[in-house]
Design a protein around this ligand. Structure first.
Ligand code: KIV
Ligand code: ZN
Length: 544
């Protein structure tokens, strides 16, 4: 047993199952490129049986990230896997989606807890054992790398679980993943479960044991680490810990715990931790799910010191209150003070220090945004620069783009917004609406032009930096009233998809308009993708 722990990222599958985390296929492609750069070993790119869009997104990732043209990759190529229920139909779709990857893997699952077998599957133990054998064998006829997950292993009878795992090994599984599907176990319990699996399952020494933990009791990271200590050499995680319900174990927490406490764990991963901050923002912007400020490793306050005693200690020596350096996870403090008089060169250098290397035309765009902000804000911080990059580049290219906005509001009249949008046809559309407030009026004016059937589910606003001139950041979630559907893997029901949008500006109504448009644009793109309509602007532009 070596000390190398494989990082299996499931942001695009379990993560995308979080309410509202829907990403377009272009965004998924961009996230998988960033995951490859981060150094993950396995990317779970989706669940192809859920919909033709999901299959197509996994197919593109397999071909473009899982099989990059020679010379385009400087390091390892990740394994690309897709999830399948234990049915021939699902396995066929998974294989169709991943067969273009250099290192494909089929990941199939079947529940083994009494509750799941009785109420969800309506199968008895013998039937589950038989189905495991048959479906692993079937997957093996397509792909030599097969992972099997006994769903709800954390609540399964261990004696039955061992039998199922033995059956999967006999049928040819190469990785056995042990999910605590409902986040029910505690670290001691989960660690013992993994140790007992090593003691009681014949042939276990010939496969990789993996752990997959959920955060319902806030124990996902602790459980994952307990599983690794007990012998697991693959861990399934997501960026920012997004996932079903309370989410999955977060990649950044597991990786930084192993790295920072290497002397007690003694395990290595292939992750380049300096990419963590960037990929966290990318995923947050694409999903529209904000990262809580006190989130370990990637939260805005993770390296902030507020109390006087702490600040005093930090000024004397940063080891007083810091167990990791911000630079370790890719947060660098620019040495240049940026403001109104800073030029293109200074901007290029500051952005490069933050890890964004822009080409000339990207720098032109960023410079325009920088100058606009510098006219309104005295000192431009790294956080402002990151917001400009995210707003300008980490979003789908506009179907409808904001061309102008004027708002009248206050106590003296009806809140009114006049909006000017550039449509996909290149034409300018103008509309004025009244509303209960300036944001409502703006959204009504946008709705009148875009005419998409969507319901606004959530609206969040916060100031990115301190001070009255701070940039405002808005995230929204909208739900399609019709059209794009997603399927629940377990229950075979479909429901409308939820799309997130993000916008930043020193004018909060402009930021609100951008966020709403970003979400509607995603919804439109997804509808066009699902109807297979050609659309010239599907690609996203990304820098860095
Ligand atoms: O939580 C779970 O059980 C899963 C499986 C499909 C691996 O996500
Ligand atoms: Zn899961």
């Amino acid at each position: 047993m070596t000390n190398y722990v494989r990082i299996f990222d499931t942001t695009l599958r379990d993560g995308e199952q979080s309410p509202g985390a829907t990403m377009t296929s272009a965004e998924k492609l961009e996230v998988s490129r960033a995951l490859a750069k981060l150094g993950v070993d396995i990317i779970e790119a989706g669940f192809p049986a859920a919909s033709p869009d999901d299959l197509e997104a996994v197919r593109r990732i397999s071909e473009e990230v899982g099989n990059p043209p020679r010379g385009e990759t400087d390091g390892k190529i990740p394994t690309i896997t897709a999830l399948a229920r234990a049915t021939k139909g699902d396995i066929d779709k998974a294989w169709e989606a991943i067969c273009g990857a250099q290192k494909p893997r089929i990941h199939l699952f079947l529940a083994t807890s009494e509750i799941h077998m009785k109420y969800k599957l309506n199968m008895d133990r013998d039937q589950v054992l038989e189905r495991t054998m048959q479906m692993v064998k079937y997957a093996k006829t397509k792909c030599k790398d097969v992972e099997f997950s006994p769903e709800d292993a954390g609540r399964s009878d261990p004696q039955f679980l061992y039998k199922v795992l033995e059956q999967a090994i006999k049928a040819g599984a190469t990785t056995l993943n042990i999910p605590d599907t409902v986040g029910y176990t505690t670290p001691n319990e989960f660690g013992s479960l993994i140790s007992e699996i090593f003691k009681n399952v014949n042939g276990i020494e010939n496969v990789i044991v993996s752990v997959h933990t959920h955060d319902d009791l806030g124990l996902a990271t602790a459980n994952a680490l307990a599983g690794i200590n007990a012998g697991a050499r693959q861990v399934e995680v997501t960026i920012n810990g997004i996932g079903e319900r309370a989410g999955n174990a977060s990649l950044e927490e597991v990786v930084m715990a192993l790295k920072t406490r290497h002397s007690i764990f003694g395990f290595d991963t292939g992750i380049d931790a300096t990419q963590l901050s960037k990929i966290s923002k990318l995923v947050s912007n694409y999903t529209g799910i904000p990262v809580q400020p006190n989130k370990a490793i990637v939260g805005a306050n993770a390296f902030a010191h507020e109390a006087g005693i702490h600040q005093d200690g930090m000024l004397k020596h940063n080891l007083t209150y810091e167990i990791m350096k911000p630079e370790d996870v890719g947060i660098s403090q620019s040495k240049l003070v940026m403001g109104k008089h800073s030029g293109r060169h200074a901007l290029r250098v500051s952005l490069a220090e933050l890890g964004h290397s822009l080409n000339e035309s990207e720098l032109d765009k960023a410079f325009i945004r920088f100058k606009e902000l510098a006219d309104r804000k005295k000192v431009i911080t790294d956080v402002d620069l990151e917001a400009i990059i995210a707003d300008e580049f980490y979003r789908p290219r506009d179907v409808y783009a904001l061309d102008g906005l004027q708002v009248a509001c206050g106590t003296m009249g009806l809140p009114t917004a006049t909006i000017r949008l550039r449509g996909p046809d290149g034409k300018i559309h103008v509309h004025a609406s009244i509303g209960t407030g300036p944001v409502d009026a703006t959204y009504k004016a946008i709705d009148a032009i875009v005419k998409t059937q969507a319901t606004l589910l959530e609206f969040n606003i916060h100031a990115i930096t301190e001070g009255i001139d701070a940039l405002g950041e808005v995230t929204v979630r909208v739900q399609a009233k019709m059209g794009t559907q997603t399927m629940d893997a377990q229950k075979e029901i479909s429901y409308p998809r939820v799309y997130g949008g993000h916008g930043a500006d020193s004018d909060i109504i402009v930021a609100s308009a951008k966020a709403y448009l970003a979400a509607l644009n995603k919804l439109i793109v997804a509808q066009m993708e699902s109807e297979n309509l050609p659309f010239p602007d599907l690609d996203v532009t990304l820098v860095g």
